[in-house]
Each structure stands twice: as structure tokens, then as C-alpha cells.
Ligand binder design. Structure first.
Ligand SMILES: *Cc1c(COP(=O)(O)O)cnc(C)c1O
Length: 421
């Protein structure tokens, strides 16, 4: 459920007509709905309400300051995977004791900065990282709260590139080694064990892999407590999938997820942390683009848009599907015809959809990519010296640009010529 609906045949974001935003900021642009962000965040807090919990929004899904500030004001914690994201969360007003630091390659400089600024917990992913964190914290006279990211070796049955909980994936420490590593952590200076962490993948459309992983987590909690560790927090990671098409399978609802969590982990007397990214931001955003040309090819037609793979890379990178709809709804009964929907970048990978049934569209027409609020703007690049596209936030009947389109001067000013030129 989101707040991008047709009204009088024109697509709106909440109470704002998207065409009005296009007139004001130009295309292409990302547009986010405040009400949808709120609703998705609340789905999680309600689903986990019977248990002490903190929803730590995964900043990497959409890290715009305005998005972070809105979620932070609702009470969200943040899950960050770099010190850059940490700085964003802090700049958005989120206190350090609500920020969890994940990621396989934290540098000592990042650890130092997070300890300095205040941090809820480091999710440690390897023994060398444990040693590094111990050294850094001890040298600062600080104590780093840690959870070990344990790889439960379950197959999340999602896309290869976003599956993270199998033993061949680079993430976490093997379950079989966990007790030894916790014992080691307890002996190292500068560390304090606070919990266990897992994150098995993204865009999961089935609760079974989560349940398998959390069952192992419950067992490990009991073992570690018997070994003398104070396990007070269980970080369950993110990964709940969203519907990318209106028609096909419905991923599990946060309420069902919450009920499963309560059933499997509810009697352990732990604070539950979850790190949803996609489910909060994904369907809270769309990308609006304009058709530049309609090209009649041999046997197939192409709609060439002013948006490209550098603006939204998910189709090129993961073969991902995004529903693409016209801003002006086609009359009921309008015949659909298959077209390839592509961007202007000089790569065949710059294809958003092949043979997609669409109503008749031509130059100047506006279209919206649905479900583009997560892993959209954050993965954009300036490939082909295409400016990063603006981001707009709607709230009720008003909107604001929350990242402007850079000028070419701004873009070029980041390059510097060497002294010999
Ligand atoms: C990517 C990631 C998330 C968020 O995943 P979603 O599928 O967007 O919910 C949460 N935790 C960690 C450690 C991640 O790497």
C-alpha cells in the first residue's frame, strides 16, 4: 500500500499532482511520499509491539537527509554500513545510541569516529575485525558494545547478488565457530558483548528462511548464555521483500513476520532489533521520466526516456522489474502494445524493460517507475556526465526538493587539473 494513486486520471503523490512537480523541477526526478514512509515504519513498530524493540532503518536503501530525519523523528534507529552513513544519521538528528554499525570492512578510522561520536553497537563480521576494534577501543580508553554477525547458513532463496546468509557468502562468522569467537571477544580488552546479529539477504518473499535462521539464533542465545555471555539484544537484520508488481505474489506482511519473531524469539527476554531498508523506502518512492523519442525498430518499438541506468541501476544490475506507468492514466480499454523501454546511455544494458505491454506513448509523455524509493537514488552515478537527478519529498499537499540537480559547473568543479597543465 502506498500513496501514489490516480485521481481524475492523473498520478498523484499524496495530494500533489506529479505533473506539477515535473513542471517545477524538470525530469527525470525521484519523488518520495512522507505518508508512505510513516506507514511502513509503523507497520514494523506495531508488528513488534509486544516485544521490546528498536527498528533500525537500513540507511543504505535511501540515505537522503530528509528521509532520515523524518524516520528519526518517528523514533527509528539507524543501521549504517559506512562512516559516511553514520555522519548522515547524526546530521539528521539521530543520537549515537540509536545507531548500529554493520558491514564487512569497517576500517580503524571508521571505528574510531563511531566510538568518538557514540554508537549503540558494532555488528562485528570477522575475527580480524574483532581484534582491530578491541585495539582501537582499548587505545581510546573506550568500550565498544558488540554483537557478532553469525552466518546461519540458510539459503534466503532470493537474487544471487543480495543473498548473504549462506556459508559461501562473504558475510559474518560461521555458526559453528560462534561460541569460540564469543569466548575470545569476552577476553579481549575494550569490548562488551551485548547480543547476536544476523542478516540473511534482501528481497525475501518467504518467511521460512527467516524462521530457520532465527531458530538457530535462539539456540545460540541459550548456548552463549550458558557460556556466561550477557546476550540482551538480537539483531535480526533486514530483508523483508516488497511487491514490485501489482499482479504477482504478495511477500509476507510485517504483521506475519512480527508474529513469527515473537513465536521463535519471544521467550528469550531480549530486545529485538530489525534493520528494514527496502520495505520502508521501496514503495515510498517513484522515478518520473519523460519520453524523448519513440523509435520504430525492426520488429520492435523502443521508448527512449530521459532517465537511464545511471539514475536507476536495478534493472541493469539485478534484472529487476519495475512497473512503469503513464502519469496520465490511459482510458479504460486502451489497447496495450509491447515496447522496449530504454535510456540514452551507450550500453545495451541501459534497458529498463523489454517487450513491456504499454498504452500508446510518444515524445513528451511522462511515465513513473514504481517501487523506486529503495536502492534507486543511492545507487545512482554520473556516468555519461549525466547530473544526479533531483529528489523531491511530498507531504500532504506540498512538496520540496530535498536534493537539487547539480549544475554542470558544480559537477566539473570537483575535477582539478594537475599543476603541469
Ligand atoms: C542491506 C542490509 C539491510 C537492509 O536490507 P533490506 O533488504 O533493504 O531490508 C539490513 N542490514 C544489513 C546488514 C544490510 O546489509
Amino acid at each position: 500500500m502506498d500513496h501514489f494513486l490516480y485521481r481524475d486520471a492523473e498520478l498523484h503523490a499524496e495530494d500533489v499532482m506529479l505533473r506539477d512537480i515535473a513542471d517545477a523541477v524538470g525530469t527525470p526526478f525521484y519523488c518520495y511520499s512522507t505518508a508512505t514512509l510513516t506507514r511502513h515504519f509503523q507497520l514494523f513498530t506495531e508488528a513488534l509491539a509486544p516485544l521490546p524493540h528498536l527498528v533500525c532503518y537500513a540507511v543504505k536503501a535511501n540515505s537522503n537527509l530528509a528521509v532520515l530525519k523524518h524516520l528519526g523523528e518517528l523514533g527509528a534507529g539507524m543501521d549504517v554500513v559506512s562512516i559516511g552513513e553514520y555522519h548522515r544519521a547524526r546530521a539528521a538528528g539521530v543520537p549515537g545510541d540509536r545507531i548500529v554499525f554493520s558491514g564487512v570492512g569497517k576500517t580503524r578510522a571508521e571505528m574510531r569516529a563511531a566510538l568518538d561520536g557514540g554508537i549503540r553497537q558494532f555488528n562485528v563480521e570477522s575475527e580480524p575485525e574483532l581484534d582491530a576494534l578491541s585495539e582501537v577501543a582499548a587505545a581510546m580508553g573506550a568500550t565498544a558494545p558488540i554483537a557478532l554477525r553469525v552466518n546461519p547458513d540458510v539459503d534466503a532463496r532470493t537474487h544471487e547478488k543480495i543473498s548473504t546468509g549462506r556459508k559461501e557468502d562473504k558475510f559474518g562468522v560461521p555458526l559453528a565457530r560462534a561460541r569460540d569467537i564469543y569466548a575470545r571477544a569476552a577476553r579481549l580488552p575494550g569490548l562488551r558483548v551485548v547480543g547476536i546479529d544476523m542478516h540473511i539477504g534482501s528481497q525475501l518473499t518467504d518467511l521460512a528462511p527467516f524462521e530457520a535462521a532465527y531458530t538457530r539464533m535462539a539456540e545460540l542465545t541459550r548456548q552463549l548464555r550458558a557460556d556466561g555471555h550477557a546476550i540482551g539484544r538480537l539483531d535480526l537484520g533486514g530483508g523483508l521483500g516488497i511487491p514490485y508488481t501489482r499482479s504477482n505474489e504478495a511477500p509476507p506482511l510485517p504483521t506475519d513476520y512480527g508474529a513469527m519473531v515473537k513465536r521463535v524469539l519471544g521467550d528469550l527476554d531480549c530486545e529485538i532489533e530489525i534493520e528494514p531498508g527496502r520495505l520502508i523506502a521501496g514503495n515510498a518512492g517513484i522515478l518520473v521520466a519523460q519520453v524523448i523519442y519513440r523509435k520504430e525498430g525492426e520488429g520492435r518499438d523502443f521508448l527512449i526516456l530521459d532517465a537511464a541506468m545511471n539514475d536507476l541501476i536495478r534493472p541493469a544490475m539485478y534484472g529487476a522489474h519495475h512497473d512503469i506507468v503513464p502519469l496520465t492514466e490511459a482510458e479504460p480499454g486502451t489497447p496495450l502494445a509491447p515496447v522496449d523501454i530504454v535510456g540514452p546511455v551507450c550500453e545495451s544494458g541501459d534497458t529498463f524493460a523489454r517487450q513491456r505491454p504499454m498504452p500508446p506513448l510518444g515524445p513528451g509523455d511522462l511515465v513513473a517507475f514504481r517501487s523506486a524509493g529503495a536502492y534507486g537514488a543511492v545507487m545512482a552515478s554520473e556516468y555519461n556526465t549525466r547530473p544526479l537527478i533531483p529528489e523531491v519529498l511530498v507531504c500532504g499537499d506540498h512538496f520540496a526538493v530535498i536534493r537539487h540537480r547539480p549544475t554542470f559547473d558544480e559537477m566539473l568543479s570537483r575535477d582539478t587539473l594537475p599543476p603541469w597543465m
